[in-house]
Design a protein around this ligand. Sequence first.
Ligand code: FES
Length: 147
Amino acid sequence: MYTEKVMDHFQHPRNVGEIENASGVGTVGNAKCGDIMRIYLDIDENQIIQDVKFKTFGCGAAVATSSMATEMVKGKSVQEAMEVTNKAVMEALDGLPPVKVHCSLLAEEAIHAALWDYAEKHGIKIEGLKKPKSDIHEGEEAEEEEY
Ligand code: FES
């Protein structure tokens, strides 16, 4: 049911962890299943994403899409990172089963939430970026297990 790439990223997820003093952090919850994801971005003065890490309490498809999404935004400018949509991530993974498509939204939303956090802290505007709907603030989340 899963492609080889999905299995690879699920079994060997890239960029798991956290970044201390990250430039931007985004935490989102999936309304459909209650799973949670947090993305940390380290962005330099030229607005290039130097490093990215994620943690999730989510299913295998959420792990695989986050892993792929982190690889896709690393080294990109914040504006280019806006092009890493859930659709682009799914394509890079050679697809997801239809019932798992909603899982790929977590990664996109978490990246957007982290970019929003970065933009707010630095007083900049990222074209096309909207205020995250489901950003969860520290201390509000339910019991969270780390991946
Ligand atoms: Fe919750 Fe996949 S079932 S993110």
